[in-house]
Design a protein. Structure first.
Length: 418
């Protein structure tokens, strides 16, 4: 069955370039002047030869920085959190070195549609040329057009019919990285999908969606890519929507929410809704005051920094667009969905409060929601748990998500206590 039925669709009444009067952030509007000044200060480091010199300096001093971290975090009273292990404390510090470097030089992740060592595990997906188009309303943009994308299978390539006629659940996953970093390959973001595939006992297709630092790849590029991948699984692999799960971490979870909203609003009737959505530390408010974020009470126990999120939010939002648009910032623009949602957060995240509010509001709208908190954990243990020392907790969260998918009601909104 081809899931694409005729429908009278018009461009959204809330176009992305229209300034919304709704401001969702509880922390005030971003201090754009501050970040313009910061960009000017960092401007030299984003250009050669300064970028090369900065990178060389980092490489030369890296062993000393790591040695200092190992020595400094040895005493428990000098760790970011009193209950953190030595591995968790040092892991965060080392991860922050990379995070700071990428946001300082505005590192652009190299992308390719060539499989490399993944061989047949890497696939190339072209946008479908269906009538009517699956790209309607908010995703029908004059500048940003649907594009060919890559994706990688975990743990191995999936072949239709390989399960002997038995229904096979497939998870489509979207990596994190503030819309400016990351990718679908194992060295970029492979651990989380491997864990998810193991616990789901089914394949995971991780999408190489366009990053907003690429040319003409701001919103709605990532949403278009998500729809392209979803259409491929439904129509090329012939997997029923009741056996498709959407999963995303951080910015990837933002894509999942945009897809779910689109399937029930602008794109209603074009594609069916998936079985469930898994949101790992979702980025639900791109209007956050990033200057305030760096002085947040939990800033010391997280690696999410204002400069990175500002870089991501500013490049992802279309020129002249509004970050508080309902398809960009979902906190304050919650909606009733027939897709059950599993939301995982860490209580040491700077975004923890957003996650709690969003989960509660979605539940109040009539969406089936389960919120799982990992005590004392930083942002996105799903993707970074192996680096940050939260492997056991991340695996437990995935196990809970699998149980949620198994018991969730498909196709009918249901109120459920969090």
């Amino acid at each position: 069955m081809v899931y694409n039925t005729p429908s009278l669709m018009t461009r959204s009444s809330l176009p992305i370039f229209q300034k919304s009067r709704i401001h969702t952030s509880n922390q005030g509007a971003p201090d754009t002047n501050h970040y313009k000044m910061e960009a000017q200060n960092y401007g030299r480091l984003t250009r050669q030869p300064y970028k090369f010199l900065y990178g060389t300096f980092l490489i030369i001093t890296l062993p000393l920085q790591i040695l200092y971290i190992f020595l400094y975090r040895k005493p428990k009273h000098l760790r970011q959190h009193p209950r953190w292990t030595y591995l968790q404390a040092t892991g965060l510090d080392i991860f922050l070195i990379w995070w700071k470097y990428t946001s300082t030089v505005r590192y652009v992740t190299p992308k390719s549609l060539k499989p490399g060592f993944l061989k047949d595990r890497f696939i190339v997906i072209s946008p479908p040329s269906t009538t009517p188009s699956i790209y309607r309303g908010i995703v029908d943009d004059a500048v940003v057009r649907p594009s060919t994308i890559g994706a990688a299978w975990y743990p191995a390539v999936y072949t239709p019919g390989s399960t002997g006629g038995l229904a096979q659940q497939i998870t489509i996953h979207f990596h994190g990285g503030a819309y400016v970093l990351g990718g679908c390959r194992p060295l970029e973001s492979g651990w989380g999908p491997e864990v998810l595939a193991k616990h789901m006992k089914g394949p995971v297709l991780q999408v190489q969606y366009r990053l907003s630092v690429e040319k003409d790849a701001h919103f709605p590029a990532a949403l278009q890519d998500g729809l392209t991948a979803y259409h491929y699984v439904l129509n090329h692999l012939k997997v029923g929507p009741e056996n498709v799960i959407l999963s995303g971490e951080s910015a990837g979870a933002n894509i999942v929410l945009a897809m779910i909203r689109y399937l029930s609003e602008d794109g209603k009737g074009l594609l069916p809704s998936p079985r469930a959505g898994l949101l790992w530390s979702p980025w639900v408010d791109l209007t956050l005051n990033h200057l305030t974020l760096d002085s947040h009470p939990r800033a010391n126990t997280d690696y999410m920094k204002g400069s990175l999120l500002e870089w991501g939010a500013s490049s992802f939002t279309p020129p002249g667009g509004d970050r508080s648009h309902p398809y960009i910032s979902f906190l304050g623009h919650e909606f009733k969905s027939q897709v059950p949602l599993f939301i995982q957060t860490g209580t040491a995240e700077v975004l923890y409060d957003d996650h709690v509010k969003f989960a509660s509001s979605m539940k109040a709208m009539g969406t089936e929601v389960e919120l799982m908190e990992i005590k004392d954990a930083p942002h996105d243990t799903f993707g970074a748990g192996i680096i940050l020392g939260w492997v056991k907790e991340a695996e437990a969260a995935v196990s809970n998500a699998v149980a949620f998918v198994g018991k969730a009601q498909y196709g009918t909104p249901k109120d459920k206590r969090i």
